[in-house]
Design a protein around this ligand. Structure first.
Ligand code: CTP
Ligand code: CA
Length: 224
């Protein structure tokens, strides 16, 4: 019902959205992950669909239902997300990486369930930085948007990531304030663009925040 009246200003555009946390297997019954629930990414995907975009949602495991009308790719690990994204990226006009990708994975996944006993150390190795790699192969006209969550120096770190990953925009996520962060239906974010704009958004639903992100994407597209 909410879709009625939305202008189809993303008609003809292909958008790739990633969402949710990745899971990095320790053994067949255990994994490393984070608190991401996928809500922000799913709401962006819905908003883009309502505005007429052709949307592909690459998602880690979540408790959310698949939004209608979009292409859905289920992944588990960061490595699977990397493969899905690199395969899809070149055909997309806009890429929005809301997923919380695990930075590390166990160096080896045990084939059998590990048994307890004594102190345990699990060696970890770094996952590929999907966003950074997409930034390196970004084609002209393509818009690349990242997310960033920090517990300190949010805007400073967001700006560093914007530059280091060759992004057009980064959405800096507030953590620790009411109605923002993991699992909530609302969010408080600041959009930083490569043109130096800093746009603090008030607390709003994740759907509305998704709409604002898409508004800025269109502006960036026009400025190219
Ligand atoms: N990201 C990614 N692949 C990774 C890690 C992060 O694509 N292996 C993306 C996330 O989807 C997000 C952005 O990079 O859009 C920023 O993620 P964040 O965790 O805030 O930054 P990192 O670069 O991983 O740095 P750190 O965790 O050390 O702060
Ligand atoms: Ca990280």
């Amino acid at each position: 019902v909410r879709a009625i009246g939305f202008s189809k200003d993303f008609a003809g555009k292909r958008i790739l959205v990633t969402a949710g946390a990745t899971q990095e297997a320790i053994d067949p019954v255990r994994y490393i992950t984070n608190h991401s629930t996928g809500k922000m990414g799913y709401e962006i995907a819905k908003a883009a669909h309502f505005r007429g975009a052709e949307v592909t949602l690459v998602s880690g495991e979540t408790a959310l239902s698949v939004p209608p009308g979009i292409e859905f790719v289920q992944v588990i690990s960061a490595e699977e997300m990397y493969r899905a994204c690199t395969e899809l990226a070149s055909s997309c006009d806009v890429i929005i990486k809301a997923a919380a990708v695990a930075d590390y994975r166990p160096a080896h996944t045990a084939e059998q369930k590990m048994k307890k006993g004594g102190e345990l150390t699990i060696p970890l190795i770094q996952n590929k930085d999907i966003l950074k790699e997409l930034g390196q192969v970004k084609r002209s006209g393509q818009i690349l948007v990242g997310f960033c969550m920090e517990t300190q120096n949010l805007l400073e770190n967001a700006e560093k990531k914007l530059n280091a990953k060759n992004l057009d925009m980064i959405c800096a996520n507030t953590i620790g304030t009411p109605g923002a962060g993991f699992g909530t239906d609302t969010n408080t974010i600041t959009l930083l663009t490569k043109n130096g704009a800093k746009i603090p958004l008030p607390n709003m639903s994740k759907f509305d925040a998704g709409m604002k992100i898409l508004d800025e994407v269109l502006k960036l597209n026009g400025e190219k």
